[in-house]
Design a protein around this ligand. Structure first.
Ligand SMILES: [Cu+2]
Length: 93
């Protein structure tokens, strides 16, 4: 019983809400023409608070982002823009 309370307290006190849902967003990224491009896009996207995982592909011209549902897709598009590329959401939440 004591353990159950300890776990419950941990969950409630955790700065990361374990009940928050993760959402995968696919972005079509324009202009990733060389191997140096995807890392720049990935880096910019990873700096967005709430983003948990990023996979970019220069061959497909895509970025797949796993982020907390609180992260707006427009924020992700802006992050790609900041890296110097144009992006468009290709799936809806
Ligand atoms: Cu490049």
């Amino acid at each position: 019983m004591k353990n159950l309370f300890a776990v419950l307290a941990l969950v409630l006190l955790s700065p990361i809400n374990v009940f928050a849902r993760d959402v995968t967003t696919r972005l079509a990224v324009d202009g990733m023409h060389c191997p140096a491009c995807p890392p720049a896009v990935t880096k910019s996207l990873r700096q967005v608070p709430g983003v948990k995982d990023v996979v970019t592909s220069a061959t497909d011209g895509t970025a797949t982002v796993v982020a907390d549902e609180s992260v707006a897709t427009s924020t992700l598009v802006d992050a790609v823009k900041k890296a110097g590329f144009k992006a468009k959401v290709t799936n809806e939440k």
